[in-house]
Design a protein around this ligand. Structure first.
Ligand code: NAP
Ligand code: ZN
Ligand code: ZN
Length: 348
């Protein structure tokens, strides 16, 4: 077993504290990764605070992991010591169902094995995430990280990046598509960058008027404050796609009305409580609402390669591990531009 250092929450209200635990020794197909940077996703906060009512404590969050391979099992073929590596939201799946076979492991019929707060396939080992100095992962669930990008800005691509890239690709966003991104946070700012790089006309729908200048800097062509009724009226029945990244409860109906004929609202934000939809907003203009969860391994690699090609990374604020509780408080208050990333060398 490998003695490992991390930070854990022990209940839904106390701060995260240092936590020592063991990782398994790398098996034949595993890589051992020294973690260099780990992004702080709002899902980490939802789960640490048990907002989804499924947390098992102690929990070591973190699923936006970038590091360096330090050891490989003897059957590993795709990585060698010294390689950069990334790990996202899941570290295993059944590998035999249709969805796994089609590269959609995040929708595994048996349920994906999440990087943290999940039971491994043996049903005995509970997973611990990237707020730690090292992780052991099967090579097939490990990503190659382009060396040409700033690693601090790459870490958030492993969740925020792929979660926004995947639905935009699925909906075939490109030149001529009118895309609105709802919410300018960790996910939303990546959504703006991707949609602009794909050639779409991009609008940001935000509850924060102060984010207008940033929205334009990131690539949005238009900014709409969602409480500006006049501006909303002008964009009724206008967009082909709305990518909804909002983390808090809000009225989906306000946004649905902005979709044109056959338009789709892809929901990736995960507010804890159920929300009501007025179905007339769907029947009118044959609109759809869909959900989307991260992306499969193949598409995550494609996204990283697209990022390298277009020199796209996340805008980050690098923090020390010891500052995670302040970062969580700020994330809860919508005060981050636009992703916290933990420098793991600060974990002593
Ligand atoms: P984040 O950085 O906190 O961003 C959330 C954004 O939502 C905020 O920046 C804010 O943007 C907007 N917002 C917050 N409160 C709002 C309110 N009351 N009304 C309207 N807008 C509000 O969070 P994140 O890390 O991007 O994650 C966003 C959500 O996606 C979370 O629920 C997370 O759990 C979920 N998620 C889902 C997946 C998936 O696979 N589906 C993957 C990762 C994360 P403005 O200030 O611009 O309004
Ligand atoms: Zn995440
Ligand atoms: Zn499967």
């Amino acid at each position: 077993m490998l003695p490992t250092k991390g930070y854990a929450a022990h209940n839904d209200h106390d701060p995260l504290v240092p936590f020592n635990f063991s990782r398994r020794d790398p098996g034949p197909h595993d890589v051992l990764i020294e973690i260099l940077y780990c992004g702080v996703c709002h899902s980490d906060l939802h789960q640490v605070r048990n907002e989804w009512h499924e947390t098992i404590y102690p929990i070591v969050p973190g699923h936006e992991i970038v590091g360096r391979v330090v050891r490989t099992g003897n059957a590993v073929t795709r990585f060698k010591p010294g390689d950069l590596a990334g790990v996202g939201v899941f570290i295993d799946s059944c590998r035999t169902c249709d969805n796994c076979k089609n590269g959609l492991e995040q929708y595994c019929e048996q349920g994906m094995i999440a990087t943290y707060n999940s039971w491994e396939k043996d049903g005995k080992h509970y997973t611990y995430g990237g707020y730690s100095n090292q992780i052991v992962v099967d090579e097939h669930y490990t990503l190659h990280v382009p060396a040409s990008l700033d690693l601090r800005g790459v870490a958030p691509l492993l969740c925020a990046g792929i979660t926004t890239y995947s639905p935009l690709r699925y909906l075939e966003v490109g030149k001529g598509t009118r895309v609105a991104i709802a919410g300018l946070g960790g996910l939303g700012h990546m959504g703006v960058k991707w949609a602009a790089a794909m050639g779409a006309e991009v609008t940001l729908l935000s509850s924060s008027p102060s984010k207008k200048a940033d929205a334009h800097r990131l690539g949005a062509h238009e900014f709409i404050w969602v409480n500006d009724e006049e501006a909303l009226k002008k964009r009724k029945a206008y967009f082909d796609v709305i990518l909804n990244t909002i983390s808090a409860p809000h009225d989906y109906n306000r946004y649905l009305q902005l979709l044109r004929l056959n338009g789709t609202m892809a929901v990736v934000g995960l507010p804890p409580a159920p929300q009501q939809i007025q179905v007339f907003h769907l029947t009118n203009f044959r609109r759809s609402i869909m959900g989307s969860m991260i992306g499969g391994i193949r598409e995550t690699q494609e996204m990283l390669d697209f990022a390298a090609q277009h020199q796209i990374t996340s805008d980050v604020e690098v923090i020390a591990m010891q500052d995670i509780n302040t970062a969580f408080d700020r994330l809860a208050k919508n005060d981050v531009k636009y992703r916290f990333v933990i420098d793991m060398s600060t974990l002593q």
